[in-house]
Design a protein around this ligand. Structure first.
Ligand code: BES
Ligand code: MN
Ligand code: ZN
Length: 501
């Protein structure tokens, strides 16, 4: 999809489809307050073309609500699409992101290959923010996880143009557009990795895809396997990997901007389980196919690194992805095994399905050894986070308030939903072991917090954030602005966190 800017008059733009946003400007609340759908444009010809449908009462400008007009009177476009933002008083930049996604997803299955979206003219939404978010929404909306379907009908929208007022600061809008494109394409890179099935994306294949991306954007990278994992004494990572015919991959990417030799050094650590059967503590077969997305945390880190390489913040960033396949086998690790992590701590294995925390334990330790001063990890770590927060919010845990605050303040920009979850001595108590230093599960209750406490042991005194995206990395039901399948959650928020250093 080509993404462009135009400063022409809306009425004169010749295109297949012109999309304009509308909001409900009714300020009264309650059942009798009639919606007042209002177009967010100053173009009189567009307003006139939409006047009848807006007055009809059929269309209320609800969030992502659409109405299509063919051959609108007085306009050069063939079609006029109106997309709702909901209540104008509550309209956000994220609303613009999803409205742009909605416009693209409306267009795509109808065989229309080009569209123009009018940048909304509202005081509360700066045009640069709207352009950045709309470009993201459109590129994310254009993605479908259908690469393995030979009957795929939906072809991508070929050209998406944002039409802004002729009085805008054109340079600033172009910069915002370029940034939006980078971020969304990076998130789609993550989504395409997450969509790959276990047989098409083994741990080493994930490593090669990471390396290829790193070469494209100019990041330094290394790819290690079994030998290096033994050399580093990564006993926790190896215990998970040992049951698979597929060798594990230790993927390391580095972003070192010129002239930055000190200050914070950020360590991004991702869980890269390319398939999680549960191992000897095998999972039930229902929904097990979904466990191909158990590398979504690692893929999110790779997507964030791609965006970082292209946006060039002035801070050093390191990325470690621990990729392996969790399989039952004659050589697989077993409940009751005791393994020694890279840090020297002994882990009492209770359940081989709690494998993510094991690979991350060594990943966090390695990132510290390589010099990381601040850590962030992302993982599809626990089913418990989905029970607690549903498929709405991802979980966030942190051992340091300042580091957490940098993440929190980025959420308004990223538009992603994270909810802070508790850590604490009472949870740590639940993973104490009689046999070793720590056990790898703490029972059914508070499962997301005990898993986070486990990771915290390996972050040691380094400021650290843990993102549990098990409930949000895969979308089961399509939304108007985004396809079902891999969400690419966390890429945008991790990027915002990095930019705040
Ligand atoms: N990969 C799973 C977590 C998961 C569940 C991801 C659902 C995506 C959707 C993880 O490795 C796992 O199996 N966790 C166990 C931990 C338990 C054994 C303590 C779980 O959540 O059941
Ligand atoms: Mn598991
Ligand atoms: Zn897992």
């Amino acid at each position: 999809m080509k993404t462009l800017l135009s400063f022409a008059n809306l009425a004169g733009i010749e295109t297949e489809l012109l999309a304009v946003l509308a909001a409900d400007t009714q300020t009264l609340e309650g059942a009798h307050a009639k919606p007042e759908p209002t177009l967010l444009t100053s173009d009189e010809a567009v307003k006139a073309a939409a006047a009848t449908v807006l007055a009809s009462g059929e269309y209320k400008a609800g969030v992502n609500e659409t109405v299509l007009l063919h051959a609108p009177a007085g306009l050069a476009t063939k079609r006029l699409l109106i997309v709702g933002l909901g209540k104008q008083s509550k309209a956000t930049v994220h609303g613009v992101r999803s409205a742009a996604g909605t416009a693209v997803r409306f267009t795509k299955p109808r065989g229309i290959r080009e569209l123009v979206l009018a940048v909304p003219e509202v005081e509360t939404l700066p045009a640069t923010d709207s352009v950045r978010a709309a470009a993201q929404g459109a590129i994310l909306g254009d993605f479908d996880a259908d690469t393995y379907r030979s009957d795929r009908k939906d072809q991508s929208v070929q050209s998406f143009t944002l039409a802004a007022s002729g009085n805008s600061d054109q340079g600033a809008l172009q910069a915002a557009l370029d940034e939006g494109i980078i971020v969304a394409e990076s998130q789609n890179f993550t989504r395409s990795l997450v969509n790959e099935p276990g047989n098409k994306l083994t741990p080493m294949m994930l490593g090669h895809r990471a390396g290829q991306m790193a070469d494209e954007v100019g990041l330094k990278w290394s790819l290690f396997s079994t030998e290096k994992i033994h050399e580093l004494k990564m006993g926790a990572f190896w215990s998970v990997a040992q049951g698979s015919e597929e060798p594990p991959a230790l993927i390391v990417l580095r972003y070192e901007p010129e002239g930055v030799t000190d200050g914070p050094f950020l360590g991004l650590v991702g869980k890269g389980i390319t398939f999680d059967t549960g191992g000897i503590s095998i999972k039930p077969s229902d929904n097990m196919e979904k466990m191909k997305y158990d590398m979504a945390g690692g893929a999110a880190m790779l997507g964030a690194m791609r965006a970082i390489a292209l946006l060039k913040p002035k801070v050093r960033v390191l990325c470690v992805v621990c990729a392996a396949e969790n399989m039952p086998d004659g050589k697989a690790y077993k409940p009751g095994d005791v393994v020694t992590a890279m840090s020297g701590k002994t882990i009492d294995i209770i359940n081989t399905d709690a494998e993510g925390r094991l690979v991350l334990a060594d990943g966090l330790c390695y990132a510290r050894q390589l010099g990381a001063t601040h850590l962030i990890d992302a993982a599809t770590l626990t089913g418990a986070i989905g029970v607690a927060l549903g498929k709405v919010n991802a979980g966030i845990f942190a051992n340091d308030e300042e580091t957490y605050a940098k993440f929190e303040t980025g959420l308004a920009t990223s538009g992603e939903k994270f909810w802070r979850m508790p850590l604490g001595e009472e949870y740590a108590e639940l993973i104490k072991s009689d046999i070793g230093d720590i056990k790898n599960t703490g029972g059914r209750y508070g499962g997301a917090s005990t898993a986070a406490e486990f990771l915290k042991v390996f972050a040691e005194e380094t400021p650290w954030i843990h993102l549990d995206i098990a409930g949000t990395a895969w979308i089961d039901d399509a939304k108007p602005y985004i396809a079902k399948g891999p969400s690419g959650v966390a890429v945008r928020s991790i990027l915002e966190w990095v930019r705040r250093f």
